[in-house]
Design a protein around this ligand. Structure first.
Ligand code: THG
Length: 264
């Protein structure tokens, strides 16, 4: 599982304050702790309240590069910000995210290809998040087609079927599972399938239980990447155990310990 740590996000008070105070140590500490807990990449989002998103994202990326070479996932919905930031992020990087409208997708996929970056593509278009499975699959297929045309390798494309909180959108979690399964078998080799896992439980009780139950189900349907909280040990253990049961890891009595050590 390609775990992308979610914690360097200005929606969290500690990160918001660190951006305002230009306190790099808070960002660097979150980077190191998430990687030590098993994250392979780091989502970086300046949050809703930051006026200078471009400056904040670059400052955070530079702070992270002082402590790790792990891939940095630049998370902003603004095209002008993404376009300005991506070429200036050193080392491995991913673009998070593009919508699936062909015009938008073409620009983002070209930006990813030109910068040797990965790309997360959402199954969203101008009409928003689809209310059914077929539209999600259609938009995912559209992203795969544009990536193939432009020459972005499939292992650089991450399709995100967009999970919403289960308390406001009760059918959405199942729709995402079905879309993951169908999109995984759509192209050979397949793209990666990713979710912003914590969305599913926002403003719900039993958040951690909902997250780890859902990630287990999504892995069974073919999810191979997630933006999630690696500092939630029970969640990470659910990921490792689901991968064991999917035949992606060899069983031993101490498989959890082994998985934690290899930081899968
Ligand atoms: N897809 C893609 N990118 C994404 C998302 C997605 N990026 C952002 C988000 N969704 C994934 N990251 C988070 C990070 C935190 C939370 C949810 C998703 C979260 N935060 C607490 C909350 O809102 O309750 C903050 C609590 C606090 O302040 O302590 O749940 O779907 N491609």
């Amino acid at each position: 599982m390609y775990v992308i740590g979610e914690r360097i996000n200005g929606m969290f008070a500690d990160v918001k304050e660190a951006i305002q105070a230009k306190d790099a140590s808070v960002i660097q500490d979150l980077a190191k702790r998430q990687l030590a807990a098993g994250a392979r990449a780091l989502d970086v989002n300046s949050g809703p309240a930051t006026s200078d998103a471009q400056g904040a994202l670059l400052w955070m990326a530079e702070a992270i590069r002082e402590v790790t070479d792990a891939p940095i996932v630049i998370d902003t919905a603004k095209w002008d910000v993404m376009q300005a930031v991506i070429p200036n992020v050193a080392g491995e990087k991913l673009i998070n995210s593009t919508k699936a409208d062909p015009e938008a997708a073409m620009e983002y996929i070209a930006l990813a290809a030109a910068n040797n970056a990965g790309l997360i593509g959402l199954t969203i278009d101008a009409d928003g998040v689809p209310g059914n499975i077929d539209k999600r699959v259609e938009l995912g297929a559209q992203l795969i087609a544009v990536a193939s045309d432009i020459g972005l390798p499939m292992d650089h494309l991450f399709i995100d079927p967009v999970i919403l909180p289960v308390n406001v959108s009760p059918n959405n979690p199942d729709h995402c599972l079905q879309a993951i399964g169908q999109l995984r078998s759509f192209a050979d080799p397949p793209p990666h399938l990713v979710l912003g896992l914590s969305n599913v439980s926002q403003r719900c009780a039993n958040r951690s239980l909902i997250n780890r139950t859902y990630v287990t189900m999504a892995i069974a349907h073919g999810l191979d990447a997630a933006i999630m909280d690696p500092l939630d040990t029970e969640l990470m253990d659910a990921v490792f155990t689901a991968e064991l049961l999917m035949g992606r890891m060899v069983y031993c009595d101490s498989y959890l310990q082994a998985a934690r050590q290899t930081k899968n």
